[in-house]
Design a protein around this ligand. Sequence first.
Ligand SMILES: [Zn+2]
Length: 368
Amino acid sequence: MKLGGGAGPVHSLQRRNHVPSSGGVAHAGLGEFLLDLSLLDWHCQMGVSSLNDNDSHYRSPDEDYNIESRNMRALARLAAAVLCLSLGLAACADLSSGAADGLLVVATTSILGDIAAGVVGDEGEVEVLIPIGVDAHDFSPSSQQASLLAGADLVVANGLGLEAGLEDVLASVDDGVRMLELAPLVEPIEFRDGGPDPHFWMDPVRVGNAALLVASALDDHHPGGWQERAAAYAGEMEATDQEIEGLLSSVPQDQREMVTNHEAFGYFADRYGFEILGVVIPGGSTLAEPSSSELADLVAVMNQSGTSAIFAETTQPSSLAEAVAAELGDDVEVVELFTESLGGPGSGAETLREMLVTNAGRISGALG
Ligand SMILES: [Zn+2]
């Protein structure tokens, strides 16, 4: 009896377009734990074949590949609903309002989740694997989080090495689950030292194109209003691009130089005419550690240029950036930007649009 695939989707029903705020499904509360027990018990009693009809509305002739995972989701929903009815759990209230047999898109990062949610709208659910505030480069999923992938109609990943800790899990996802890696499809650029740069979401125009790609991937198997919503989302991103241009207009050309914690702003620099002067963590991800000579080189570069800020990030400790700033004296400030994840409530980065505008405002404030 396969049980592992059922535990994740229970949690996907708790909140629509859900982004876990800390620890994700791995840190389930007592109510969710009870739901898990119920699911496992229910699954043992019922098997999976008896619930096929629950999904018939969404199934087209070429979708049989995903019947079992759909059944698992339907089963999870039914088990959870029964438990809610029997125990009267207030926390279960929105289970009954969720689409009983809707489409499930799983995104690896909260940023990709924002893009996917913009395309999916209310025609399905979007789940995010990597919790808010967690660095995408350095995240390894629990088995329960990984099991969420098996129930997805579409997995939206970034690719180009961003999700280093997820690569084994993504590679092992059943062939029946469709995978869309966006970064390789939006005209990727290279890091300063070579190699493809995965951080495409720092360019709102590429983000808009990515939304259209998600719509096309969904169109392949599921009729829906994806293209219309993706076009609207892309339009919002065009407007975001203009807003960012406006915010940055106060930064003179000769001050458009950035020193960042890791090389996450190549696409931003490319679009808005900045130069990445240096990074604290070498190598394009956050997984390396700088040597003392590399840090000394960075201090020398900053001294020479006279740049006045180091841009740290919300998903990494700022201690190294602060140490470099301290070497340079009181005139250099450390400014935190959102890089690998959206922010939590009240952060000014609850959506990708907000995140990009907030970052631009802080960059403009520091360099303008
Ligand atoms: Zn990064």
